[in-house]
Design a binder for this molecule. Structure first.
Ligand SMILES: *[C@@H]1O[C@H](CO)[C@@H](O)[C@H](O)[C@H]1NC(C)=O
Length: 81
């Protein structure tokens, strides 16, 4: 089954300058299929750490953010920010 997935994230830090002096935040994400009914009908969705929708990345402009992603899907994964 073909599955289209798009994850869009507004990252204000993209526009700023980051330095090592700014705070660091790191996350481990296991990306996998699961069943959920976001529109009332159960279907296969892509989850992060067993949750759909995925987690909020609560960081501030100029933070250094590292996301360690384990792709548990049976297809390639691209996450854009
Ligand atoms: C994000 O973190 C700030 C500061 O710790 C907190 O005040 C705020 O409620 C958090 N926002 C969300 C959506 O978790």
């Amino acid at each position: 089954m073909a599955l289209l997935f798009m994850l869009t994230w507004a990252a204000a830090a993209l526009w700023g300058f980051c330095s090592a002096a700014d705070p660091f935040a790191s996350f481990d994400w296991n990306v996998a299929y699961m069943k959920a009914a976001p529109l009332g009908v159960e279907q296969q969705v892509i989850s992060i750490n067993g949750k759909f929708p995925g987690p909020i990345v609560n960081v501030t402009t100029n933070w250094n953010v590292a996301v360690n992603v384990l792709n548990s899907l049976d297809e390639p994964l691209l996450i854009t920010w």
